[in-house]
Structure formats: C-alpha cells, structure tokens
Ligand binder design. Structure first.
Ligand code: NAD
Length: 331
C-alpha cells in the first residue's frame, strides 16, 4: 500500500514520521509541492493521496487520478469547498477530511486574544518598548462578570463557553440546533438578535454558509450594546469588515478580535515583509489598538497539526483497506 502526501510543511514532518513508524508496512512519500494536474505525475504508482492546500482541486485532477488508478484523496483539513466533489464522485474517488483537529486550540486562542484586547496589549507593548512605564490611561477590563454571547454552539463554541464560564462570565447563546446539555443550563436565547442585544462580548463560531454571509453588518452592529467587542476566529465572510472598522472608529464598538478576514487569501500565511499591503482596510486594522488581527493561526498548535496528519493518513489507510472511513465526505 502506497500513500503520497502533498504540500508537506516542515512542522508536519515529525507527525508523518511518527505515523510511518506505527505503520511500517505502508510506504508514505512526502513532497512539498501542492497537488495540481501537473504535479499529480509524482503520484504515479501510489494508491492514495493526502493533501492540504487553499488552492483548487479541479475536475480534471479527479479524471487523471481515476485514469492512474488512485482511489482516495484525504485532505488534512476540514473544508472541502475548493474540491470539485462532483468530479470526484463521478470518477469513483473517495474523499475524506479531518472534521475537528482541535476545538480547544481555536477556543483557547480566542480567549487569549480577548484577554489581550481587554488588557490593552497593543498600547502597552508600544509604550513599554519606548520605556514609558506609566499605567494611565490604559485601564483594563475583566472577563469576570461580563456577558459573553456565543453564536454557534458546535465543537468550538462549546469549548469557548466552558472557558468563559471558568472566568466567571455569564453566557447567552444562539444556535438553530441547540445542544441538549447546554440547553439544561438555560443559556439559549430565542434569536441571534437577542444575543447581540445582551452581550458585552459577541463571539462567532458558525460556518461560512450563504445564509451567514455578513452576519455582522451595519444593521446587526446597531443592535449591539455600546462598547461591545466582536470576536471572529471562524471565517472572514461572516463580517462586513468595513462596517466593523467604522463602528470601532466611531466608538460604537470597543474593539474586535479577528483571526480571519474576508480578503485574507492573498495575505495570510504569506511572507510580505518589507512590502506595502495592497489592501488599505487591512493596513488600517493593523494600525488600530482596538483591533487584534492575526493571520488565521487559531488552529495552529502542535496538537492540531498532529491530528491533521494522523487522521488524514488513518482515513487513507481505512479507505484502501476497507473501502470507507469514518471521515468520508464523498464515496
Ligand atoms: P461546528 O459545525 O461544530 O459548529 C457550528 C455550529 O454553528 C452548529 O451547531 C450550527 O448549528 C451553528 N450555526 C450555523 N449557523 C448559525 C447561525 N446563523 N447562528 C447560530 N448558530 C449557527 O463547527 P466548529 O468546528 O465549531 O467550527 C466553527 C467555526 O470555526 C467554523 O466557521 C470553522 O470554519 C471555524 N474554524 C476556524 C479555525 C481557525 O483556525 N481560525 C479552525 C477551525 C475551524
């Protein structure tokens, strides 16, 4: 049995080596190139592919895979919107993903950024680097006693709630499919608007569906409490960024934690040192003390990277040995 892994990063290699050690009968080849129709040639003679990229997996890729006798593509991430799933299905290629690599990684990051924002971290970092050791005027806020509104109580939202409760926050939440255990705590409100109206900190943990496009916009921001904070460690498309920046600048909102941005694709995880950014809104957010912007790194922990590698390889092995896997998306 032979598996080839594409777009392998240095930080993934230890996890690949560990899995290879546990599965000595399977040949695993690692390449650093992304999977394209051209680079697919490297997979000749292999039974399955493991990949991770934001670029497209086009229809003709699956035509070629079928012609080459490759039966499975296991992605090392959750999202499959960049795969032509219809073509995979037509060609009889099984697709698997990694549905949850570490909800804790994302929720812990969100909370740590909220703390940094409440503690005026950007202002203090700048002041301290200039040897300005004065306290005023940067008096901080606390999570304890605040109302945290959680939109989406799936895998990550649930961990967020647990951590925030540990800090002493009151939780209000909305999810069209409430979690029965959380419902017993009486945290669910009838609508997202009710959550926006009551929360000091609004945290989004929902998928980027068509219905959720610009869930936070000028109108929904107007519903929110004056001086509230928005947290988006989910997907950029959930927020109308221009409306958000305007609301922070005019004082309606106290600030925002953003690990995603609707126009992030050509910036995040790229080395743009020394370059002027071609996106004035992004440049403006980076200059603001009230907005903590990070390049989609909430998931990026040793545990999550290990899980992404292990689960994708396990899935490829399962498909090749049994014809299916618990993580099948198509097949
Ligand atoms: P999940 O599928 O487990 O939970 C999502 C929940 O949102 C579901 O319970 C669903 O019913 C609910 N929902 C959908 N639309 C809603 C709406 N309009 N209002 C309220 N609830 C709604 O998903 P998850 O694994 O918890 O992931 C949550 C988000 O985090 C996703 O957008 C995902 O892409 C993102 N994510 C980000 C990172 C990162 O590194 N920043 C990493 C992993 C996941």
């Amino acid at each position: 049995m032979k598996i080839i892994a594409y777009a392998v990063r240095e930080d993934e290699k230890a996890a690949f080596a560990q899995w290879q050690g546990e599965n000595p009968d399977i040949e695993v080849k690692l390449v650093s190139t992304e999977l394209t129709v051209a680079s697919l040639e490297e997979a000749r003679g292999f039974d399955a592919i493991v990949a991770f990229q934001t670029g497209e997996y086009p229809a003709d890729l699956f035509d070629r895979m079928q012609a080459m006798g490759i039966k499975d593509l296991s992605v090392r991430n959750v999202g499959v919107d960049n795969l032509n799933l219809a073509s995979a299905k037509q060609n009889g290629i099984t697709i698997t993903n990694v549905p949850a690599y570490s909800p804790n990684a994302v929720a812990e990051f969100a909370v740590s950024q909220v703390l940094k924002l409440l503690r005026n971290a950007k202002a203090y970092d700048r002041k301290i680097s200039q040897h300005d050791f004065r306290w005023a005027p940067n008096v901080a806020g606390e999570i304890n006693g605040k109302t945290v509104g959680v939109l989406g109580t799936g895998r990550i939202g649930q961990v967020m709630i647990k951590i925030m409760q540990g800090f002493g926050a009151k939780i209000v939440a909305y999810d069209p499919f409430p979690n029965p255990d959380l419902a017993k705590q009486g945290i669910y409100l009838d609508s997202p608007d009710d959550v926006l109206k009551q929360a000091d900190i609004v945290s989004l943990h929902v998928p980027a569906t068509k219905d959720n496009f610009h869930l936070i916009n000028q109108d929904t921001i107007a519903e929110m409490r004056d001086g509230a904070i928005i947290v988006n460690v989910s997907r950029g498309a959930l927020i109308d960024t221009t409306a958000l920046v305007t609301a922070v600048k005019n004082g309606k909102l106290a600030g925002a934690v953003l690990d995603t941005y609707e126009n992030e694709a050509s910036f995040f995880n790229h080395d743009l040192r020394g370059q002027t950014l071609s996106d004035p809104l992004l440049t403006e957010m980076l200059s603001m003390d009230e907005i903590l912007l990070t390049p989609h790194i909430a998931f990026y922990t040793d545990i999550a990277v290990g899980n992404m590698v292990r689960v994708s390889l396990d899935s490829a092995k399962d498909v090749l040995t049994t014809g299916t896997a618990p993580t099948v998306v198509v097949g």
